[in-house]
Write a new protein. Structure first.
Length: 443
């Protein structure tokens, strides 16, 4: 409150045009008595000289007195003066501020902080931090499960984007998974809007055009499948093995499939600054604070993350943690719902959301399988990721279920057709049939 100036004289009139003039400033006066008026001159800075005081009943014709007023020093910005006494001035403490003429300091409001003594204003809470209480000397790191992507955040209320979890200090809602359907092509996604609690107002507000971030996935498949039994299990065609009456894979050889359909893991694009996001603030030293800012982290494969997920380890029915996906559904990294991106694709099976290539000896003919189907008798499969098994060739049999290679037609028999689970003909009279015989016709 400004101090009042009492002026004594004679013939003062109680009118709306009663004015005081202090130096060059003309201000309204308050009539008290015919011999006493009061006015409130504007504050004057310490060090200025005396000013002449005059009064006018009509606001125009001022007296020509020689009375002077000597300014009392005003408490400077950043200081407070108890009782208005300049001699008792003190610096405003950390977490507070004091404007010019303050008789006491004022705590910084929520959303701001002040680390220094003797300041005239507080600083907006920096990106990656929140300032939930009044009078904070330092901001607090954004809590897990939330994003603090604007300055002036009083309390973190922007939840972590769906399909991701957010550790402490997450400072952006920009994600890098791209299109909802896994794709290796760059795709823009919209950043979450600024919260109402921190959005600017008025004509100076920046244009609210949507901000976009680019993302993509490690997506793609390739196939080198073949129906040739020799090439499925070795580097030479089946004709070579048939002429030698041998199998590509003997009973003691280890089996490592090298043909089939292979798919990448659909992992989200990774940026180098995912765990050390660079942010510049004119008043806050991120390096001195010693805490790294982060980006949202994609939810692990086989799980989904609802908005506000805060940890990486799953915990059933605790929705601040990743939750397991539904059986037979495919949940790649960054999934937002129990169904992920939909049913498990053909050639794969998905036990609880994790996509696995159909193994050798089995096939996955349709979408939505939670376990593979073994090859039936008369068929085999030495490849991975297949939607059908290979028919057993002539000169061989495929007894039983789940075979990865045929068996040679036994001696004394002929296997003249495909898809045989057992020899279909005996060797004709007067002839002998070695193993792998493909016909009983002696001609």
């Amino acid at each position: 409150m400004r101090p009042g100036l009492f002026i004594t004289g004679a013939n003062f009139v109680n009118s709306t045009t009663l004015r005081c003039r202090v130096g060059e400033d003309v201000i309204e006066a308050t009539y008290l008595l015919p011999t006493l008026v009061m006015c409130f001159p504007p504050p004057v800075e310490a060090g200025t000289g005396p000013k002449r005081v005059d009064v006018a009943n009509n606001g125009v014709d001022f007296t020509l007195s020689s009375q002077m007023v000597y300014p009392h020093p005003i408490c400077p910005p950043g200081f407070y003066c108890p009782g208005g006494d300049y001699a008792l001035r003190h610096k405003a403490p950390r977490g507070a501020y004091a404007v010019m003429g303050s008789q006491n300091w004022t705590a910084c409001p929520s959303g701001t902080y002040q680390p220094l003594y003797g300041q005239r204003e507080c600083l907006r809470c920096p990106i990656g931090f929140q300032c939930p209480e009044r009078g904070l000397p330092v901001p607090r790191l954004c809590p897990a499960g939330y994003v603090c992507d604007v300055t002036g955040t009083a309390r973190a209320d922007q939840p972590c984007p769906a399909g991701h979890f957010c550790l402490e200090g997450t400072a952006t809602t920009a994600t890098t998974c791209g299109h909802a359907r896994p794709s290796s092509a760059l795709f823009p996604t919209r950043l979450h809007a600024e919260r109402h609690s921190t959005a600017g107002t008025g004509f100076g507000r920046e244009d609210e055009r949507p901000q976009l971030s680019l993302g993509a996935r490690n997506a793609g498949c390739f196939s080198n499948r073949t129906d040739d039994v020799g090439l499925q299990l070795s580097s030479v065609p089946g004709r070579f093995w048939q002429e030698r009456h041998l199998l590509p894979l003997d009973e003691t050889s280890p089996f490592n499939p090298h043909r089939g359909r292979y798919c990448l893991d659909d992992a989200c694009l990774r940026l180098e600054d995912a765990d050390d996001l660079s942010v510049v603030d004119a008043h806050f030293d991120y390096i001195a604070y010693g805490a790294n800012l982060r980006r949202p982290v994609p939810c692990p494969p086989g799980q989904y993350c609802q908005p506000g997920t805060a940890v990486s380890r799953g915990n059933m029915r605790n929705f601040s943690a990743p939750q397991p996906c539904a059986e037979s559904m495919y949940c790649p990294e960054g999934s937002e719902s129990p169904s992920g991106v939909g049913s498990c694709p053909r050639g794969h099976y998905c036990p609880f959301g994790v996509r696995l290539a159909c193994p050798a000896g089995a096939f996955c003919p349709r979408d939505g399988l939670s376990s593979p189907i073994v090859c039936e008798p008369g068929f085999f499969n030495g490849m991975v990721g297949q939607v059908r098994c290979t028919a057993c060739p002539r000169g061989a049999i495929c007894p039983g279920f789940g075979r990865i290679q045929p068996a040679i037609c036994p001696p004394g028999y002929a296997c003249s057709r495909e898809r045989l689970a057992a020899p279909n003909m005996r060797c004709p009279r007067g002839h002998y049939c070695p193993n792998g015989t493909v016909t009983a016709d002696p001609q």
